[in-house]
Design a binder for this molecule. Structure first.
Ligand SMILES: C[S@@+](CC[C@H](N)C(=O)[O-])C[C@H]1O[C@@H](n2cnc3c(N)ncnc32)[C@H](O)[C@@H]1O
Length: 248
């Protein structure tokens, strides 16, 4: 497996909370934190790709002991600077392979971050790593978009996901390799900052198979944190897989 590249270094981390401000809205954060707190049911939680603590901090405020893994020291520095951030222990490393002490009632990976692992091997390894950290009966939650190929006209490889006077976002698809690159163009006065991040998009059924390879089974799939039904029209899903209870 290739060494992962840190795409969330200082220049990205510096503006992360600002450029993702819609995702910090309490209307987005609270249902996710409530959902995860309920699933943690008094146990410990492990966030893969904890970032600047968008979900970890509100979850900790709900009484859950949260630990994290992240590749980016720049992102974790922002977490540390926020109230309560110092109390969350974070291991710096690749969440597909990095191990931490102890086992967890809950592991979770939100905001499409499973797609930051750009090979199938790495995504499979991630499930295996999570399974090794879960206690029997524990749950693994992923929030990720359904690949948007239905909206890609035949032969087209570019799809805009954000267009405004100051920001442009365009996804570039490589359908054969199940890859996409998100290009972000930030316009400030006369300058344009360009950030391009590679992803591997992944199908719900493929995630179920990865879970099965790791000894986990699908408990439930919704289209959102408020347990909205998952249908053919759903653009994203919140899925929960579980580790079997220990045999008695
Ligand atoms: C989109 S941000 C999400 C951060 C946070 N979970 C949130 O919801 O705001 C993705 C995070 O995952 C981290 N990340 C990406 N790939 C990683 C990897 N292979 N191992 C560890 N962390 C990774 C990035 O550094 C970044 O902090």
């Amino acid at each position: 497996m290739n060494e992962p590249v840190d795409h969330f270094g200082e220049p990205v981390a510096e503006h992360y909370d600002e450029t993702s401000d819609a995702m910090f809205d309490p209307a987005v954060v609270d249902p996710a934190a409530d959902f995860l707190a309920e699933l943690a049911s008094g146990g410990k939680a492990l966030e893969l790709g904890i970032g600047t603590g968008r979900i970890a901090l509100p979850l900790a405020q709900r009484g859950v002991r949260v630990h994290g893994i992240d590749l980016s020291t720049a992102m974790v520095k922002r977490l540390r600077a926020k109230p309560g951030g110092e109390e969350i222990s974070v291991a710096i490393g690749d969440f597909a392979t990095t191990t931490v002490d102890g086992t967890f009632r809950l592991a979770y990976l939100v905001f499409n971050t499973i797609m930051n692992l750009t090979t199938q091997d790495a995504q499979v390894a991630c499930f295996q790593n999570v399974a090794a950290h879960l206690e029997p009966g524990g749950g693994f939650v992923i929030e990720v978009g359904v690949p948007d190929l239905q909206r890609l006209p035949p032969g087209e490889i570019f799809q805009p996901f954000h267009v405004s006077a100051t920001r442009l976002g365009i996804d570039e698809y490589d359908v054969a390799a199940q890859g996409l690159i998100s290009h972000h163009y930030l316009l400030e006065g006369d300058t344009t900052e360009v950030v391009s991040v590679p992803f591997r998009y992944v199908w719900p059924a493929e995630l179920d198979l990865m879970a099965r390879l790791a000894g986990l089974t699908l408990r439930k799939r919704w289209s959102g944190w408020q347990r909205e039904p998952f249908t053919s029209e759903s653009r994203q899903h919140v899925s929960v897989w579980e580790k079997p209870d220990a045999p008695r």
